[in-house]
Each structure stands twice: as C-alpha cells, then as structure tokens.
Design a protein around this ligand. Structure first.
Ligand code: UT7
Length: 328
C-alpha cells in the first residue's frame, strides 16, 4: 500500500474591497511610486475597513467559499489551524470563532503564530495529522489584517503590508499531496521585527499607545538579508533531499514580502522566470495570507501531479520550504 499523504483538495481566498495605491501612500508619508515599485514590486494593497471587522471576517468568507466549492458539510471538518499574527483577540483563538460561526461543530482548532511562515508551519502540522490516519478533513487557514498593526506614519513599513488570506482543505491521498517540509527558526530575529507593546512584557498603557508601540517595528535591511539567505537555503535543501532539479519544478509559490527576495530565491534554485508566481504587485505582503492567495490566484494553471515548492520567511525569525504534488 502506498504511503498516505495529505493533499490539498480545495482552495478559496478573500481580499477586502478597499484598495490602497502607491499614489494614496504618497499623500500619507514621504514616499513615491517609483521607489516603492523598484524596491518592493508593490503597486496596490487591499485594506479591510469597517467597524468591528477583524481578521475572522476575511477568514470566514474564504472558509465558507471553500466548504461550498468542495461540497463539504461543515460538520465533517475535524481540525482547523489558523495561521495569523492579527487574531481577533489575543485569546481565545480565532480558529474557534471561525468554527463556531460556520457550524464546524466537530472540529478542534487553534491559532498558530509563526509570523509570515505560519501557513507553511500549519500545513506541515496538518499533513502529519492526516498521515497518522487520525484525521481525514483538516482546514488550514492563513490570513492577516495587517492594517490593524501598521503605523501609517512609518514609510518603511506601511508601504509593504496589506490585508487578505485564504484557506485550503487537506484530505488523504495515496498519489499526490505534501511530500516534505524544511522548517527553521532563529530567535535572533526578535529584535529586528516585532511589536514592542501589547504583550505580557509590556501591557497596553496610555504611554505605549502614545509612543506608537502597538505597530510593527521592522529593521528592513537586516530582515531582507536573513530572508534571502534562509528562503533560498531551505529551497535548495528541499530540492537536494528530494532529488529535484529546476526542470522538475512546475512552480515556486514564495511568500510575497518583496519581489527582490523572491527573485533571489528563484535564481538560487535556477528556475525560469515563468515558473515563479507573483501577486505582490496587487496585494503587498499579507503575512500569513500570501501563499494561499497565490494558490487561489494561480489554481487554474496547476495540473494534477505538478511539483510545487512553497517557501516562506518571517518574523521570529521563522522560515521554511514545502514540496507538494498538486492533487486537483
Ligand atoms: O514578511 C517577512 C518579513 N519582511 C520582509 O521580508 C521585508 C524585508 N525588507 C524589505 O523588504 C526592505 O528592506 C524594505 C522594502 C523594507 C526597505 O527597502 P530597502 O531597500 O532595504 O531600503 P532601506 O531601508 O535600506 O532604505 C534605503 C533608503 C533610506 O534612505 P537613505 O538613508 O539611503 O537616505 C530610507 O530612508 O530608502 C529610504 N526609504 C524610503 N524612501 C522612499 C525607506 N522607506 C522609503 C519609502 N519611500 N517608503
């Protein structure tokens, strides 16, 4: 009998309607379209507006569409893993809220926080739950409302991030599915990318709000260097240990943080440009949303059996690469 793998059997996404363009940002901070485009590849990002709408608003839309698309009764879902850095509340987990609101009453679930690598970490965990035979239908959701934690007075961060995300359904498959993951983490990254206040080390106070410490703090240049090295290294490693040459790979779905990081990774892998998928120009960096958004946008290009490499790098630092065979 073949080994049971976890295959992605459906994908659905959600991006909010409101669009924030480079030209809009020119009016908010000292920046310009040419700088943003040449340094990051970003033209627009989507922003979730409206009182009382948290990340669950987008996640639920994606999950609802996914359940309909795959003809899945919500009660069949056994586990929901929600990768996010912008949960509706610090506790309880937004995964539980999504399950409750959508009638997934037989599912257990939790939020997973691994910054921009959260979707890959979650996918890997979910695949193990299926491989052991204990679970048959697992949802992995990756979404962020980055606009909730971005300082729109800080030109170095506000130009990069946007809101959005998506969800995938994982089911057992004996032919295709998730084959291997290389995951890593290094706490040296904490100092270069974090939120200064709001956690237990510095609970919210009038002073912390006035000091604008509830926003993303990033030392971009340093994060950039670590991102290029670790994303490319993990892709190289996963290719080597699965005997994959550049010609064997159908597409690279890399975390969309900066076009230059994606290009450097693709170069190291020796990939032709037509195998590298981008939507950073439309959405910017949606943190946990980038990889499911790529999957959703380019799903029609994929054929059953295609070799996909997913790659990510994020705060922590965290990083990883996943090799899967497309199953739909
Ligand atoms: O999601 C996972 C984690 N995050 C990432 O992977 C992001 C990694 N980092 C980056 O993508 C890049 O570092 C940024 C896009 C954030 C910044 O690009 P950079 O090429 O590293 O720029 P820099 O920070 O080195 O700044 C270069 C110059 C500076 O001016 P001086 O000192 O050379 O005069 C900045 O002040 O560009 C200036 N600058 C800007 N100019 C116009 C910084 N931000 C802007 C801006 N518009 N928005």
């Amino acid at each position: 009998m073949n080994k049971v793998r976890a295959a992605i059997t459906g994908v659905a996404t959600c991006v909010p309607d409101d669009v924030l363009t480079n030209q809009d940002l020119e009016k908010m901070v000292d920046t310009n379209d040419e700088w943003i485009l040449s340094r990051t590849g970003i033209e627009t990002r989507h922003i979730l507006k409206g009182e009382g709408k948290g990340v669950s608003y987008m996640a639920e839309k994606a999950v609802k569409e996914l359940l309909e698309k795959t003809n899945t009764d919500p009660k069949e879902i056994e586990l929901v893993i929600f990768a996010t850095v912008t949960p509706d509340h610090i506790f309880p987990a937004t995964a539980n809220k999504i399950s409750y609101n959508l009638g997934m009453s037989n599912a257990w679930g939790f939020d997973l926080e691994a910054a921009c690598s959260g979707f890959l970490y979650s996918l890997t965990l979910a695949s193990k739950m299926i491989e052991t035979g204990t679970h048959k239908k697992v949802l992995v959701v990756g979404a962020d409302k980055m606009s909730a934690i971005i300082d729109y007075q800080d030109r170095a961060t506000c130009i990069i991030f946007g809101d959005g995300g998506g969800a995938v359904l994982l089911e057992p498959d004996e032919e295709n599915g998730i084959i291997d993951s290389v995951l890593g983490a290094d706490g040296i990254g904490v100092q270069f990318l974090h939120m200064k206040a709001g956690g237990s080390i510095k609970p919210p106070s009038i002073e912390s709000v006035q000091a604008r410490e509830h926003y993303v703090y990033q030392e971009g240049k340093t994060v950039f260097k670590f991102a290029v090295t670790n994303m490319a290294d993990s892709c190289e490693k996963i290719m080597q240990r699965n005997n994959l040459g550049a010609n064997d790979i159908s597409y690279l779905l890399a975390h969309q943080a900066n076009k230059r990081i994606i290009d450097a990774t693709a170069n190291r892998m020796g990939l032709d440009q037509n195998k590298v998928l981008y939507n950073i120009q439309r959405y910017g960096n949606t943190t946990n949303g980038t990889i499911p958004l790529l999957m959703g946008d380019f799903e029609s290009k994929f054929k059953k059996g295609d070799n996909l490499i997913l790659a990510a790098f994020g705060g922590g630092f965290t990083w990883g690469a996943t090799y899967l065979k497309w199953a739909i």
